[in-house]
Design a protein around this ligand. Structure first.
Ligand code: HEC
Ligand code: HEC
Ligand code: HEC
Ligand code: HEC
Length: 176
C-alpha cells in the first residue's frame, strides 16, 4: 500500500513538473513576429496575414450578419461575448494568464496556428526546426484548422483543407 502511494506521489510530481514546462510558453502577439516576418524576400507573412481573413476576424463580429444573429439569440455584444470571440480571436481563445502581448482586436493571430511564441521567438531557435518545436512551435494541420472551422460556427461553410490552405498561404520563397 505504502509503495503504491509512493509511486502515485512520484507520478504526480513528474506530471506537475511537465505541465509547468508547458505553462512557460506565453503568447506575445503578432507585432513581435512582424519584426522578422515582414520582408518580401522571405514571404512577408505579416502583411499577408494582416490583409487576410484571420487578422480581420474581429471586424465581422460587428457587421450586420453578426448583429442580426446576436439580436435573435440574446447576445448583447458579439465583439466581447465568449461564444463568438473564442473562435474569432486569439485573445478570446487562450488562457488570459498566458497572454503577454496579444491584443483583443488582433483577430486570429499567428500564435493560434503556430503556438505561443515567448520561447521560440529568438533567431537562433527559430532557425532550428527541432529547437523551435521544443520551445512551443506548432506545425499547423487540418485538425487544428477544424478546431474553429466546424459546425459550432453559426455561419459555417464546408471546410476544404487544400482549398482553404491555398487562400491563406504565406510561404517563404527563399526556402528555409
Ligand atoms: C528574431 C526574429 C524572429 C522572430 C521575432 C520570429 N521569427 Fe519566426 N523565424 C525566424 C527565422 C530566421 C526563421 C527561419 C526561416 C527564415 O529565415 O524566415 C523563422 C521561421 C519561422 C517559422 C518556420 C519554422 C519551421 O521550423 O517550420 C514559423 C512558422 C515562424 N517562424 C513563425 C513565427 C511566429 C508565429 C513568430 C511570432 C510569435 C515568429 N516566428 C517570430 C525569425 C523570427
Ligand atoms: C482560432 C480559430 C481559427 C483557426 C485555428 C483557423 N481559422 Fe480560418 N477562420 C477563422 C475565422 C473566425 C474566420 C472568419 C474570418 C472572418 O471573415 O471574420 C476564418 C476564415 C478563414 C478563411 C476565409 C474563408 C472565406 O470564406 O473566405 C480561410 C481560407 C481560412 N480561414 C483558412 C484556415 C486554415 C487553412 C486554417 C488552418 C491552417 C485555419 N483557417 C485555422 C478562424 C480560424
Ligand atoms: C467554432 C468557431 C466559431 C464560433 C463559435 C463562431 N464563429 Fe463565426 N466564423 C468561424 C469561421 C471558421 C468562419 C469562416 C467560415 C468560412 O467562411 O468558411 C466564421 C465566419 C463568420 C462570419 C462571416 C460569415 C460570412 O459568410 O460573411 C460572421 C458574421 C461570424 N462568423 C459571426 C459569428 C458570431 C456573431 C459568433 C457568435 C455568436 C460566431 N461567429 C461564432 C468560426 C466561429
Ligand atoms: C490560420 C493559421 C495561420 C495563421 C493565423 C498564421 N499562419 Fe503561418 N502558416 C500556417 C500554415 C498552415 C503554414 C504551412 C505549414 C507547413 O505545412 O509547413 C504556415 C507557415 C508559416 C511559415 C513558414 C513558411 C515557409 O515556407 O517556410 C512562417 C514563417 C509563418 N507561417 C509565419 C506566420 C506569421 C508571422 C503569422 C502571423 C503574422 C502567421 N504565420 C499566421 C498557418 C497560419
Amino acid at each position: 500500500m505504502l509503495k503504491k502511494n509512493l509511486i502515485l506521489v512520484i507520478g504526480l510530481v513528474i506530471f506537475a513538473g511537465s505541465s509547468l514546462i508547458a505553462q512557460d510558453f506565453e503568447y506575445i502577439g503578432a507585432a513581435k513576429c512582424k519584426m522578422c516576418h515582414n520582408k518580401a524576400a522571405t514571404g512577408e507573412q505579416y502583411k499577408k496575414w494582416a490583409e487576410g481573413p484571420h487578422a480581420n476576424a474581429m471586424k465581422s463580429l460587428s457587421n450586420e450578419k453578426s448583429m442580426e444573429y446576436a439580436k435573435a439569440n440574446g447576445i448583447a455584444d458579439p465583439t466581447t461575448d465568449a461564444k463568438c470571440i473564442k473562435c474569432h480571436s486569439t485573445a478570446g481563445s487562450i488562457d488570459a494568464s498566458k497572454n503577454i502581448g496579444v491584443k483583443s482586436d488582433e483577430g486570429v493571430s499567428c500564435e493560434s496556428c503556430h503556438g505561443p511564441g515567448s520561447a521560440y521567438k529568438s533567431k537562433a531557435i527559430m532557425q532550428d526546426h527541432a529547437k523551435s518545436l521544443a520551445n512551443g512551435l506548432i506545425v499547423p494541420d487540418q485538425k487544428l484548422c477544424e478546431s474553429c472551422h466546424n459546425e459550432k460556427n453559426p455561419f459555417h461553410k464546408p471546410f476544404n483543407y487544400a482549398e482553404y490552405s491555398k487562400k491563406i498561404a504565406h510561404p517563404n520563397p527563399a526556402g528555409k
